[in-house]
Design a protein around this ligand. Structure first.
Ligand code: V47
Length: 369
């Protein structure tokens, strides 16, 4: 849906968002107060229209997707986050840790058209530094051309501790072993209040941001995320986005922002609802409007659900991730989305949303078909 400028202005005025709409039209940066107003507005369609305008200015009619594989190499974890259904101690039922050989074989057997493997997992300090170099080498030996996007800041923090070496040496060695870029997970919500309540063993915002900065400066691209729908306030969501935006001003290293809707099943927060479709679309749209320096807003269908992910392509998102397969973190937390979507299905979803599908590699370079 498109509105003439005068209609949009009228609508924004009656929603009390004139100021925000004017800033969006002129490309001016939104303040935290504006961010909060967007979280609070009841005119959700207006929010979607504003976000879609910005998306269109940057990306026109195209929508990216990628062909990827997920490998969650271990669920052993000592962080005991209340929101997580994936974690196990090594002796628990269902605990597993993949050997380098198993990772090699899993990749050999996986979709031959995949251009990316996304490898993230729990954190278990007894896993030695060499294990991480070996799993990267195993992945590259199975699929020399595949891009390895691996390890959240939380995993990197542990890998550095296990190595006993300086961060930059470790990054260099991980790169030599095959690491190409890093995903955006592990940030959760930067609020120290929520961290103390739900994930006190996990690193805080300062360390996450410090690592992301150093990793960008070492030449790696990463993504960024926000896990929402737990016990955080709207102010805390805005503060999280503000800190991501500040770091991006400094380094430019974030490629994509992925808002992650909290899935409560099988977690310590089962009493909470899964964020409503409105809430999920709002989070995509606010990501597009507030993070004016992050080029790509990713709709991760595994956690958004396929219908909301498709709708989000007209609410500011310009990237539908991906064919996926073998993902465990959300499926353990009750996500009822399929294990995998075919390239044809992604094309169909994107075309139905009125966009032209463009396959990309992990660094957002179009892949000629
Ligand atoms: O860090 C864990 C989140 C993240 C739950 O960079 C949960 O391209 C919801 O970061 N409900 C890992 N969320 C996944 C992630 C990711 C996903 C897709 C693409 C990219 C990318 C990154 O998942 C964790 C945590 O924030 N998470 N448990 C849960 N029950």
């Amino acid at each position: 849906m498109k509105l003439a400028l005068s209609e949009l202005e009228e609508r924004a005025e009656s929603a009390g968002l004139s100021n925000v709409a004017t800033k969006v039209q002129s490309g001016e940066r939104l303040s935290s107060t504006d961010g909060l107003a967007l979280y609070q507005t009841s005119d959700l369609p207006l929010l979607g229209l504003l976000a879609d305008q910005v998306r269109e200015k940057i990306h026109g009619d195209t929508c990216f997707y990628n062909v990827n594989i997920h490998i969650n190499y271990t669920n052993w974890c000592n962080k005991f986050c209340t929101f997580c259904a994936f974690q196990r101690r090594p002796k628990d039922d269902g605990a597993y840790c993949m050997s380098p050989e198993q990772i090699h074989d899993a990749l050999k057997d996986a979709n031959p058209e995949a251009t990316e493997v996304h490898m993230v997992a729990g954190v278990w300090p007894a896993l030695e530094y060499d294990y991480f170099l070996d799993i990267l080498r195993a992945a590259k030996s199975a699929r020399p051309d595949i891009h390895i996007k691996a390890f959240t800041m939380v995993e990197i923090d542990q890998i550095v501790k296990s190595s006993g070496k300086p961060l930059n040496d470790v990054l260099h060695e991980l790169k030599e072993a095959g690491l190409d870029s890093l995903p955006g997970g592990g940030a959760e919500i930067f609020s120290e209040r929520v961290r103390q309540e739900l994930y006190p063993q996990k690193m805080g915002a300062e360390r996450w941001l410090e690592l992301a900065k150093a990793i960008h400066r070492a030449g790696f691209r990463t993504n960024c995320t926000m896990l929402y729908g737990m016990t955080e306030t709207l102010d805390e969501r805005v503060d999280h986005l503000d800190r991501l935006r500040d770091l991006q001003d400094e380094t430019g290293g974030f490629q994509a922002y992925i808002p992650l809707a909290f899935h409560p099943a099988n977690t310590g927060l089962e009493h909470l609802p899964f964020p409503s479709p409105d809430e999920r679309l709002r989070s995509i749209a606010i990501g597009r409007l507030f993070l004016d320096n992050v080029p790509h807003i990713k709709a991760y269908w595994v956690m958004l659900g396929i219908a909301v992910a498709q709708t989000s392509l007209t609410w500011g998102a310009n990237d539908l991730d991906g064919t996926v397969s073998q993902e465990r973190i959300y499926h353990d937390a009750g996500a009822d989305t399929p294990e995998v979507l075919s390239r044809e299905r992604l094309h169909h979803l994107i075309r139905e949303a009125g966009r032209i599908p463009v396959e990309r590699d992990t660094l957002y370079r179009p892949i000629a078909s």
